[in-house]
Design a protein around this ligand. Structure first.
Ligand SMILES: [Zn+2]
Length: 352
């Protein structure tokens, strides 16, 4: 489609989107609006940033990682987010738009780029605040559904799986696998095995990746999560502080009834619909539309009870969101070997 060197365009678009992601990562968990105020500001002196200071990556390097007005150090996170997103967009551009991947696939290229941007935001909000904002999970799901709709209109065979749109099939796999892990963990070990944000995230990545790649991405996530989780658990064994574990257990795990009700809610996308309806209510300042989210899940999706800058949680609890994100990104880049391996594996059974 495009010459190979054009990945550099993907890189700079990705970097610019990355600097918007920094705004999302800072504002969403704090309950601040993403588009209001329109301009970016320094979190320390609140000075409005000029357009020169908004040039991704380079401005940070030129200013030596400091705010030009007040001299406060700008967290290295800002440039890291820009670099990661820029690299992902460059990679996807190169694979799916510049001929390295069959003859180019702009529909999937755009969907994969948008999903990776969402996933970068997920990784940083989940690592920093143990939060995966509902809005990001909703956006990922919408990206998958829209991509699938375009594919259906193009009459592509891969748009359908098991007699339903592939994005719906993939979303079902995501809820099935992650909710299944949560349910089994609760049943067998009486522990909260999986956060609800993770279930919603897997629903979204499943919708974008479609079932085959979705399963591969969950497999990668669980494997990497288990290896790193085991390492952390072993490393912490000796230095474990008594008392902390018990304090968390007193709260008790989530009830099975609540888990079932929430699982059904995620299948029906009540969280996404509720988010939109309550968002409309908020922007109009009335309660004209039913508060679906609040009624079903028992919480206000726009209520941010002050995020903790340094949350104290169970030491063995590692947010699973980053692993799910890494698995989904790995699945995008390893699509061909994964497909070949799974097809080969399935053919073995066919020839038996
Ligand atoms: Zn400043």
């Amino acid at each position: 489609m495009f010459p190979e060197w054009t990945w550099i365009i993907g890189f700079w678009i990705g970097a610019a989107i990355g600097s918007f992601l920094n705004v999302v990562i800072y504002r969403l968990p704090r309950g601040l609006s993403v588009n209001e105020p329109r301009h970016s500001f320094c979190p320390s002196c609140k000075n409005r940033l000029s357009w020169l200071e908004l040039v991704p990556i380079l401005s940070w390097v030129v200013q030596g990682g400091k705010c030009r007005q007040c001299g406060t150090r700008v967290s290295v996170r800002y440039v890291v987010v820009e670099l990661i997103n820029a690299s992902l967009w460059a990679g996807i551009w190169w694979m799916y738009l510049s001929g390295s991947h069959t003859d180019g696939d702009p529909v999937r290229a755009v969907a994969y780029m948008l999903m990776s941007a969402c996933l970068v935001a997920v990784v940083f909000t989940d690592l920093a605040y143990y939060i995966i904002p509902d809005q990001i999970n909703a956006w990922i799901l919408v990206i998958g559904l829209v991509m699938n709709l375009v594919m259906i209109l193009q009459g592509r065979p891969e748009a359908w799986t098991w007699g339903m749109p592939s994005s719906v099939a993939g979303a079902l796999c995501g809820v099935g696998v992650l909710w299944g892990i949560a349910f089994l963990g609760r049943l067998l070990f009486r522990k909260d095995a999986m956060g609800h944000g993770d279930i919603k995230l897997a629903r979204g990545t499943g919708a974008v990746l479609f079932p085959l790649l979705a399963f591969a991405s969950f497999g990668i996530a669980v494997t990497v999560g288990a290896v790193i989780g085991l390492g952390i658990a072993l490393g912490r064994k000796s230095s474990e502080e008594p008392g902390e574990e018990e304090a968390l257990e007193e709260q008790g795990p989530e009830s099975l009834g609540s888990l079932l009700r929430c699982g059904l809610g995620y299948l029906l996308c009540i969280d996404v619909i509720g988010l939109v309806m309550e968002g409309i209510n908020r922007s109009r300042g009335n309660k004209a539309l039913p508060e679906l989210y609040q009624r079903w899940f028992g919480e206000d999706p726009y209520d941010y009870e002050g995020i903790e800058e340094d949350p104290k949680v169970d030491l063995t609890t590692i947010p699973f969101g980053p692993y799910l994100a890494a698995g989904a990104i790995a699945a995008i880049f390893l699509e061909q070997p994964i497909t070949v391996a799974i097809r080969g594996y399935l053919e073995q059974f066919a020839t038996l």
